[in-house]
Design a protein. Structure first.
Ligand code: ATP
Length: 300
């Protein structure tokens, strides 16, 4: 029942805000300052723990995908095409309503596309048995709620049979070891409304650890929009980059620090793909991307 409620929670799209106005120099400078601030923080030593080692990452292709939520609704995707290679970090960016969450909904087969082809791991998405497909995918929702219970229960929610060693590795991989040490009863500490409140960045890392324990071949991550302090933002960025070394990560990015790290960025607008590139190439080539960068992506 809880899993069903979580899925329902996911289905309600967040109310976003549109990017207002044009690029403002001040915002651009503020974004640059923030990136510099994060860059200057000491990086944590890499931890070769391999939380999802052994899984075979899968790629994704969208070819001329057409989708609408209902016959009487406007078309959301009109001929969307892009490719996510297996392994590595691909970011989806674009203003609110561009269709980023719809891409996730189609990949999870909450909805079926009406035209074109979607493949995962080279196989038509319609040919995947649903259980197998959902087992291959991990999903980390935006601003994930912490469940009532202990931190251990939160982490093992979707992977009851994970070993203590796997749990430990997922904790280290998501930089939650500091948190575990700080909590009065470690993993057995109650968190959430009736326990220790976790910050937005910690909540998202708990959600990533929970997803990793299911050993996903493709991780769909709707990045937290809550304001993170510089340390938490750095942690999140490191965690996402490291997870992308082991499996395929497709992230709906709301942070400049994530997209500057991405192997490729798909810029969406009004249900279509407007440009694909890296941060460096898109800043030079794409006006909308430049505008989003200047507002730090925190637009939805
Ligand atoms: P945001 O960043 O605000 O989440 P997004 O880029 O993820 O935006 P989507 O949520 O995919 O965009 O929405 C794309 C379009 O589809 C929007 O016009 C939205 O109103 C519409 N839409 C999204 N979900 C539904 C739904 N369940 N039923 C009908 N229309 C929907």
């Amino acid at each position: 029942l809880i899993a069903f409620l979580l899925y329902l929670f996911y289905l309600v799209p967040p109310i976003g805000q549109l990017v207002q106005g044009g690029v403002q120099l001040q915002q651009g400078l503020a974004a640059m300052k923030r990136i510099n601030e994060i860059e200057s923080l000491p990086a944590e030593p890499a931890t070769p723990v391999g939380a999802v080692a052994g899984v075979e990452p899968v790629g994704v292709t969208f070819e001329d995908v057409v989708f609408r939520y209902g016959d009487d609704r406007p078309i959301v995707h009109a001929g969307v095409s892009f490719e996510v290679p297996p392994g590595g970090l691909t970011a989806l960016v674009g203003p609110s309503g561009a269709g980023k969450s719809t891409v996730f909904g189609l990949l999870e087969r909450f909805y079926d596309h009406q035209g074109g082809t979607i493949t995962i791991g080279g196989r038509d998405i319609r040919d995947w048995p649903l259980g197998e497909l959902r087992a291959a995918l991990g999903y980390v929702e935006q601003d994930a709620p912490v469940l009532a219970g202990t931190l251990r229960e939160n982490l093992l929610f979707a992977a009851q049979d994970a070993t203590e060693d796997e749990l430990r590795r997922a904790i280290v991989r998501t930089r939650l070891d500091d948190l575990v040490e700080r909590l009065p009863e470690g993993l057995e500490t109650a968190v959430g409304h009736r326990g220790v409140l976790l910050s937005g960045g910690e909540r998202q890392r708990v959600a990533i650890a929970r997803a990793l324990l299911r050993r996903p071949r493709l991780l769909l991550l709707d990045e937290a929009t809550s304001q993170l302090d510089a340390v938490n933002e750095l942690r999140l960025r490191e965690v996402i980059a490291e997870v992308a070394e082991e499996t395929t990560v497709l992230v709906i990015a709301h942070r400049l620090s994530t997209v500057t790290n991405a192997d490729r960025i798909v810029v969406m607008e009004a249900g279509g793909v407007r440009a694909v590139g890296t941060h460096g190439s898109l800043v030079g080539d794409d006006d909308l991307y430049r505008e989003l960068a200047a507002t730090q992506f925190l637009v939805s």
